[in-house]
Design a protein around this ligand. Structure first.
Ligand code: ATP
Length: 315
């Protein structure tokens, strides 16, 4: 009997894909092709989007949950594009319905769209039982966006290039975070453009513009597993640009530190702020105080590192 049940083809597959925070984000000068070289340390956090795929005559995507109203359910949706590139790879018609249940804030600097793309790649590969290895899936992911390979990879990783070239980072234990969600999003290209502008004007002393260096002290602190050692080493070159575009975030960052977080940082291109706490109890206390302080649209407690996109259900 077990052979029979193994051969049953699923009618749906659900994948859970994590948000990311950048513990370090070093941004190099603007390149001729319009991109920037990055050196970044990603950590995947326990804040997830769930992506469910089913065979269907037409390719379609439906997004619900946090911020769904500002996500286009058409060919520009990253999960839709992921299904198209995987169908091309498999030489099949992309007849699929994709349902996305979002908890990752949209345009929040937590790579929600990239998580959805990574989730769709894993879900469709599972639904169709494709014989595709991790390296090929990662190559397709990199073609969809710089943060998509990390959505597959998860854990803690050092990213170079545009952030898509990954090596795992040794990170001991569990880190506890509070995420302060902001009203409205920030467009990633706008934040990079603001950084370029600040650097051109040399208006901000804290926007160094040389080639970014590997954050060796942070890597050592992560290996030690001590959040007190990690907290002062959190760094984001995009932060002055994000704060310039959304000055209210300064208050959010200050409030998080005043309520007992060890360190606070704008996540990626923002506007979500991420606070590293000593332990789970401290994270719950910081979240409660931040929620009461009225400096965020919402707060979430999350931990990391967690795995990349993975199958959680077969229908
Ligand atoms: P990153 O941190 O990778 O720069 P982000 O977290 O700031 O990205 P996303 O939520 O990934 O931002 O969305 C960025 C833009 O991508 C949104 O404004 C949205 O219009 C578009 N987008 C396309 N597909 C999706 C999706 N599945 N979920 C969210 N946004 C999507």
């Amino acid at each position: 009997m077990s052979g029979v049940s193994l051969s049953v083809v699923s009618s749906s597959v659900t994948v859970r894909a994590p948000a990311k925070v950048n513990l370090h984000l070093g941004v190099g000068p603007l390149r001729k092709d319009g991109y920037h070289d990055l050196i970044t340390v990603f950590q995947a956090l326990s804040l997830y989007d769930d992506i469910t795929v089913r065979q269907d005559p037409e390719l379609s995507v439906h997004t619900r949950g946090d911020g769904a109203a500002s996500v286009a359910d058409d060919h520009t949706n990253l999960a839709y594009r992921a299904a198209v590139v995987l169908a091309e790879w498999a030489n099949r018609a992309a007849g699929l319905s994709i349902d996305i249940d979002k908890s990752i804030p949209v345009a929040g600097g937590m790579a929600g769209g990239s998580a959805d793309a990574a989730g769709a790649l894993v879900a469709v590969a599972e639904l169709w039982r494709l014989d595709i290895d991790r390296a090929e899936l990662s190559a397709l992911a990199a073609g969809l966006g710089s943060d998509v390979p990390f959505g597959l990879h998860g854990g803690t990783a050092l990213g170079t290039g545009r952030g898509e070239q990954l090596v795992p980072v040794l990170s001991r234990g569990e880190f506890h975070w509070v995420l302060a969600l902001a009203d409205g999003g920030l467009s990633t290209p706008t934040v990079f453009a603001e950084l370029d502008r600040l650097r051109e004007n040399r208006a901000a002393a804290d926007t160094p513009s040389g080639d970014p260096a590997r954050p060796d002290r942070l890597l050592a602190a992560l290996a030690s597993g001590d959040p007190h050692a990690v907290a002062p080493l959190l760094h984001n070159d995009l932060q002055p640009a994000a704060l310039g575009l959304k000055p209210a975030l300064r208050r959010t960052l200050r409030a998080g530190l005043e309520t007992g977080a060890l360190g606070g940082i704008v996540s990626g291109s923002g506007p979500t702020c991420a606070f590293l706490c000593a332990d789970h109890d401290s994270a719950v206390a910081v979240a409660a105080e931040l929620a009461g302080a009225g400096v965020a649209r919402g707060v979430r407690v999350a931990s990391g590192p967690v795995p990349g996109a993975k199958v959680i259900d077969h229908g």
